[in-house]
Design a protein around this ligand. Structure first.
Ligand SMILES: [Zn+2]
Length: 601
């Protein structure tokens, strides 16, 4: 989410970095126990039974050896909450007591207005509290919830409220703290088109607060309790509230999703509450709109599989079918909840009970296979033209699937269904023989670094950790030149370190990271480097540095030999003399280094 009013100045970002604690952030999601200098626990980012999640409090990094995730505290917060960088800054600043920078806006009106600019969430929160208060007084609204059999605990957990009848109730109630402009800005009030007095957007409606994945209140949905033609109304679209990028209920579904990785996707607010009441606590809603690519992407962050629980009517079927390619494109497995015709999770619960809803979810069918059946009915073989048409439709659907193994499996099923040779479908969905072989072959050993890169990593790790702990460092002359690092990512870290070191400046990790800059993936790389193995012996490694320098000297020697013969051929005596001198120096150092080895340790 974009921040409209907070400026991410480097000072502010640094203040947040300094204040936050990676152990505290991780501990909110998993139980960590101390293992020496580090902390260890079950990974909050993937499901596992034995702990492979490591946190280094001193360095401020985490690394999971199960799923491979790693990075600094900000990265961890982003992965756990779904916040983007700006959102993470705001949330972490709040949590660790870093004051927000002054608003960017040049002009400010009343004090209330300035307050709203600092924190539009304050306006939303105040309104949410007021709606909850109103619900306590509104007998009709409470009776409605009872009729819908929504348990009281869920009404509280989801923060449901009520907006009473009338045009200026909320505006009046908020008047002491916030202006009409503040309410308009967060989408709670509106001004008539032709001008005139602002009015409440929600009137005689049940109110559902809507939070983003990070748990921040961003807007509201309202269901009419009267005969308003618009059954549902949402907060006006604002920078904070973009309906197409939000999933209702995701914040509360996140924790159970970490266990199951299986989300239930339903249409509306009440469907979410009904499903959760029935025991399906990973329910989220696309809020009445057709699923958007952004929502599918959001789901894929927290789930591997999505059960689509849209209504069992024509509109629901169409919506499920439209959602399918979007889910597949995110690498999600998609299933269809088995709802009787005309039922949705909410109505099914009321007519047949909680267990019926759970069964409908458990018996969910593979949505791709359902779609194949629909596209290629059993009597298709009688009509070649229709079969060709069906083949085309099916191929288009399968092309959305990123994983070739999954695509391959469905392509086989599609060929069966269409009654054509499998190769025909494979060709259509871009699976050649090579691709199939590659997809089915065991993963190449690309994950294991080459010995050369391992030596570079060891050297850099030893250096950075020694610097972090204030241990003695080799003199600049003993360091290898940047060119000794063939891995460009590692070289960047080394160059950053070296330039600080050569200038006699601080070479802590924070300083080196800051010098590397906010380059994409730099933190992740650092975490990988520094917490490289589960039991990474963190020996400040003069040996590794020496090896690296030796390796570089040897390769320089090979280069020199080539240059020497070239200079001889050209008869360039000056150059030859210089090259031979360099060769002597290197030979001396190579022998000297190995002879002096013991002194340096
Ligand atoms: Zn993990």
């Amino acid at each position: 989410m974009k921040l409209s009013h907070i400026q991410l100045t480097p000072q502010f970002v640094q203040a947040v970095r300094d204040a936050i604690d990676v152990v505290e952030i991780a501990s909110a999601y998993t139980k960590l126990s101390r293992a020496g200098r580090k902390w260890k626990g079950l990974c909050p980012l993937h499901k596992e039974k034995t702990p492979s999640f490591h946190v280094d409090a001193e360095l401020g990094f985490f690394k999971c050896f199960g799923c491979g995730a790693g990075g600094d505290a900000i990265k961890l917060h982003m992965l756990l909450t779904g916040d983007d960088f700006a959102g993470a800054m705001e949330a972490l600043a709040g949590r660790f007591g870093v004051p927000l920078p002054a608003p960017a806006a040049a002009h400010r009106g009343s004090r209330a207005r300035a307050a709203a600019e600092r924190d539009p969430e304050a306006v939303l929160s105040a309104a949410a509290e007021w709606f909850v208060d109103q619900l306590a007084r509104a007998e009709a609204a409470r009776a409605y919830l009872e009729r819908r059999q929504i348990p009281r605990q869920l009404v509280e957990r989801y923060g449901l409220g009520y907006a009473p009848e009338g045009w200026r109730n909320l505006l009046g109630a908020m008047n002491a703290r916030f202006s009409a402009g503040d309410l308009i800005e967060v989408g709670l009030a509106a001004r008539p088109d032709g001008g005139g007095e602002p009015y409440d957007r929600f009137r005689h409606r049940l109110i559902f607060p809507i939070r983003n994945a990070a748990g921040r209140l961003v807007g509201f949905g309202g269901r009419t309790l009267g005969d308003d033609a618009a059954k549902y109304v949402n907060t006006a679209e604002t920078e904070r509230f973009r309906k197409g990028e939000l999933l209702y209920g995701l914040e509360l579904a996140k924790r159970p999703l970490r266990e199951t990785r299986r989300a239930l996707l339903v249409e509306g607010y009440l469907d979410v509450l009904a499903a959760v009441a029935a025991g399906l606590d990973t329910a989220v809603a696309s809020m009445g709109t057709a699923l958007t690519p952004e929502q599918a992407r959001l789901l894929a962050r927290f789930a591997d599989e999505v059960v689509v629980g849209y209504d069992g009517d024509e509109a629901g079927e169409t919506a499920a079918r439209r959602a399918l390619p979007l889910l597949l494109a995110q690498g999600l497995a998609a299933r269809r909840m088995r709802l009787p015709a005309g039922e949705d999770p909410d109505s099914l619960r009321r007519s047949a009970g909680d267990s019926a809803v759970r069964a409908a979810c458990d018996e969910a069918e593979d949505l791709v296979l359902l779609e194949l059946e629909r596209a290629a009915p059993a009597d298709l073989h009688r009509n070649p033209a229709a079969r060709a048409q069906a083949g085309k439709r099916v191929s288009e659907l399968l092309l959305a699937i990123p994983d070739p193994i999954v695509r391959y499996g469905y392509a086989r099923a599609a060929a069966d269904r269409l009654g054509v040779p499998a190769q025909l479908v494979w060709q259509r969905v871009g699976i050649g023989r090579e691709a199939i072989r590659a997809a089915l072959a065991p993963a190449p050993a690309e994950s294991g670094p080459t010995p050369g890169r391992r030596a570079e990593e060891e050297a850099l790790r030893g250096l950075l950790l020694a610097a972090e702990r204030g241990l003695a460092l080799p003199s600049p002359a003993e360091l290898p030149p940047p060119a000794a690092f063939l891995d460009l990512g590692l070289r960047k870290f080394f160059v950053a370190f070296r330039s600080l070191y050569d200038q006699g400046r601080e070479t802590t990790l924070a300083a080196v990271l800051a010098a590397v800059g906010d380059e994409e993936g730099a933190d992740e790389r650092a975490a990988h480097l520094l917490l490289e193995s589960e039991d990474s012996a963190v020996v400040p490694s003069a040996e590794a540095l020496r090896n690296l320098r030796r390796r570089w000297l040897k390769s320089r020697l090979r280069e020199l030999n080539r240059e020497v013969s070239e200079a001889e051929r050209q008869g360039n005596r000056d150059r030859l003399a210089g090259l031979i001198a360099e060769k002597h120096d290197i030979n001396d150092e190579l022998h000297g280094v190995s002879a002096r080895g013991a002194d340096l340790e």
